[in-house]
Write a protein that binds this ligand. Structure first.
Ligand code: C2G
Length: 130
C-alpha cells in the first residue's frame, strides 16, 4: 500500500482544499492529513483560525478521500511525522514549492499546483467588506 501524507490548516474549508486533498489521495492508496494546531496557525499567519482545531479536524476527517488525521504541532517536526506515519510520499501545494525538498531522502516529495483565485484570507476579506 502506498501511503501519502500532506499538511495544512484547512480553515474555512473551500474548493482549493478539497481539490488538493482529492489529488493527493490519487497519488496513493491511503491519505494521512496533518492539521495545524491553532497555535501553529498563529505562528504561521499571525492570527488564530476562524474554526478551532477540533472543528477543522472533524470536517477534514469527514471527507471520503481522507483516511487518517492528526494534529501538526510544529513545522520543525515534519521529518518525525513522515516517519511515524510511514509515508511514501509527501504532497503539498506549490505555494510550498522547494520548501520540503530536504525530505527527499526519506520519501517522494510532490508539489501540486494550487487552485487559482481562492484562499481563506481572501474569503475572510470579502466577508469583512459585506
Ligand atoms: N491550497 C490549494 N489551493 C488553494 C488554497 C490552498 O491547493 N487555492 C492547498 C495548499 O497549497 C496546501 C493545502 O491546500 O497544500 C492547505 O492549505 P492551507 O490550509 O492554507 O495550509 P497552510 O496553512 O499553508 O499549511 O506544514 C505545512 C503547513 O501546515 C501548510
Amino acid at each position: 500500500m502506498r501511503k501519502i501524507i500532506t499538511f495544512g490548516t484547512f480553515d474555512v474549508l473551500h474548493i482549493g482544499h478539497i481539490r488538493i486533498l482529492n489529488r493527493a489521495r490519487e497519488h496513493g492508496d491511503h491519505l494521512t492529513e496533518g492539521i495545524s494546531s491553532d497555535e501553529l496557525n498563529f505562528s504561521k499567519k499571525g492570527r488564530y483560525p476562524i474554526y478551532d482545531f477540533d472543528s477543522r479536524m472533524e470536517m477534514v476527517a469527514s471527507l471520503r478521500c481522507v483516511d487518517n488525521v492528526f494534529k501538526e504541532e510544529s513545522l520543525e517536526d515534519k521529518r518525525e511525522y513522515i516517519i511515524q506515519h510511514n509515508a511514501d510520499a509527501l504532497v503539498m501545494g506549490n505555494d510550498w514549492e522547494s520548501k520540503f525538498d530536504e525530505f527527499r531522502d526519506i520519501c517522494e516529495v510532490i508539489y501540486l499546483s494550487r487552485t487559482p483565485s481562492i484562499s481563506t484570507t481572501e474569503i475572510i476579506e470579502v466577508i469583512k467588506e459585506q
